[in-house]
Each structure stands twice: as C-alpha cells, then as structure tokens.
Design a protein around this ligand. Structure first.
Ligand SMILES: C[S@@+](CC[C@H](N)C(=O)[O-])C[C@H]1O[C@@H](n2cnc3c(N)ncnc32)[C@H](O)[C@@H]1O
Length: 292
C-alpha cells in the first residue's frame, strides 16, 4: 500500500481486503471493515454511507497500524477492543479470553434453569471479561450475581463490561481461587463456569493467535485439562442450595468424565446431562443437587 496517494474509504477497504486475503486471512473483507470502523471510530454499518469519503493521512495511518497488528497475529477482538457475545459488545484485551460462541450455549442453558430458583444468587466462577455474568444479568432482570476470577486484571475488565451494560449494581466481583474469596456459608441457586480446560501438553499446539495472545491462565487446565474442574465440582456441590444447579463448559471428549465427577460429588444422577454446541460437540455439563 503506497503512502503518497490520497485514499477514498472504499479504495482503502478494497486494498486492505486484498492484502489480508493474500496473507491467508479467511474473512478478510469483514475483518478489514471492523478495523477500519475502529480506526475511524464509527459503526461498521456507517462505512457503507461514506465509501466516497477522502481519508486524512492520520486516518489511513491509524488503520494501517491495525492491519499490521492483525498480520502479526493479534486477534481482531483485541485490536478493535470489542467482542460480540450474545446480545452484547464486550470490551476485551489481552487481560481476558476472547469470549467464544460455545459459551453462549452455556448462558442460554443457564437462562432456562433460572426460573427453577428465582430467589437465589448466581455465581460465575472464572468470569474473565464478564461475558457470562454480564449476559445473564442483562437477559434476566431479576438476577443477582457474584463473579470470581483468580486474575485481578480480568476482574478489572469484567467491571468495565458490567458498567458498560448497566448491570454493575447486580454483580459483586471477588478476586481469588475458585470460591475461596466467598463466605464459607455462601449458598447459590446456580453456579456457572467456563474454566480453563485445555491439557497443558496441547497448549503449544494451539493456533499461534490463541497461544501467543490469550492468557494461559484462561486456557491451561493442567495434565488432562480437568485440574480446575476436579476442584470446582465438589466445591460447587457444597455451595449450592438444595436443587441448585451447576453448569460447566467442557472441552471435546471431557463430558463423560465431568458427568461422573458430578455424580461422585452427590449431584442427583437423574438431573445430569450434557448439552451439545452448534457443531455437535458435547459442551455444557449440568446437574442439580438433591432437592428438599
Ligand atoms: C476460559 S476463561 C473464561 C472466561 C469467561 N468466563 C468466558 O467464558 O469468556 C477461564 C477464566 O478462569 C480464570 N481462572 C483460572 N483459574 C482460576 C481459578 N483457580 N480460580 C478462579 N478463576 C480462575 C481465568 O483467569 C479466566 O478468566
């Protein structure tokens, strides 16, 4: 891309799309649009109303700097600072995992169970960006939540998202290991978690975009990926109300083991099942504690 000439918006967009595509990026036009709208600080849809606009040198350079970051492998969502999750745009950066579409299923499943325990609080363990807690708060007006994360940096991002979506008054954040920062007698109606669940030996084989940019604390689940889950399930059993429900996101091939963990921790076997994600992978394991 030459620095000498003036650029109209559509010309620059086309040029960048071609460039990104030649470097192997699949959704090059869409990604170029997201980066250009971010550089110009306008909504993506508004690009379409300004195709003939002549861009200033500063605008062109700030867009190019985003394209260079993308070519260096930085995830698009960290570059634009925004990730779509269910109904929301969430603020994200390297302090948190980019929320994934699979996790939208966990939220959907959680919402179907909230009616069973309308009075109790909901706990999100390992809240990261706040994707789960903030979405549940937005989509269920009565919900009151507690969210924990071992990373204080992640909690800072989650707080930003809670403020951004006007639910900060209904979510209390605590930094620490799993449920350790909470009172020993705290009891919840529903406990939700998308814990780190990738086996440590698989981390070096992840796509560089994930491996080199996303926080390993959010990914690495120990030898078989289930270190955090194994500690979380019995803790959750102790901190749920009678007939309270646990929902955990798991990786491919982990659901049978996690269902057994729930049974071993006293969850009612008749309530345990796994919901598949949109690609058919068993993804959200859930079960309830024995009822009253
Ligand atoms: C896979 S990410 C999920 C983030 C977010 N809930 C989401 O779904 O996008 C896992 C999160 O758990 C946190 N985490 C890892 N180990 C933890 C622990 N022992 N106690 C609390 N949080 C932990 C990480 O910091 C990270 O934010």
């Amino acid at each position: 891309m030459s620095d000498e000439r003036t650029w109209k918006l559509l010309e620059l967009l086309r040029e960048a799309t071609q460039f990104l595509s030649s470097k192997g990026l699949e959704s090059s036009r869409l990604e170029a649009e997201w980066m250009l709208s971010s550089a110009l600080d306008i909504r993506r849809i508004d690009l379409y109303l300004q195709f003939e606009k002549v861009l200033t040198g500063t605008e062109v350079e700030s867009f190019r700097s985003l394209v260079r970051q993308r070519l260096a492998g930085r995830p698009l969502q960290y570059i634009t600072g925004d990730a779509g999750f269910r109904l929301l745009d969430l603020t994200v950066d390297e302090r948190v995992l980019v929320p994934r579409p699979e996790t939208e299923i966990l939220v959907e499943e959680a919402l179907t169970h909230l009616g069973e325990q309308p009075a109790g609080q909901i706990l999100d363990v390992g809240c990261g960006s706040g994707a789960i807690a903030v979405s549940v708060a937005r989509e269920c007006e009565a919900a009151r939540l507690v969210a924990t994360d071992l990373s204080s940096a992640a909690i800072a991002v989650a707080r930003v998202n809670a403020e951004r979506h006007s639910v900060a008054e209904r979510i209390r954040f605590f930094c620490g290991d799993l449920l350790a920062p909470l009172a020993t007698d705290a009891r919840f109606a529903v406990i939700l978690s998308n814990p780190p669940y990738i086996a440590s030996t698989d981390i070096p084989t992840l796509q560089p975009e994930i491996r080199d940019h996303e926080p390993h604390l959010a990914l690495d689940g120990g030898a078989d990926g289930l270190d955090v889950v194994r500690r979380l399930v019995p803790l959750a059993a102790r901190h749920l109300l009678p007939a309270g429900r646990l929902l955990i996101e798991v990786g491919a091939g982990q659901s049978d083991v996690v269902e057994s963990l729930l049974e071993d921790s006293g969850f009612d076997a008749s309530t345990i099942y796994t919901r598949a994600d949109l690609t058919g992978i068993p993804r959200v394991v859930t079960g309830a504690t024995p009822g009253r």
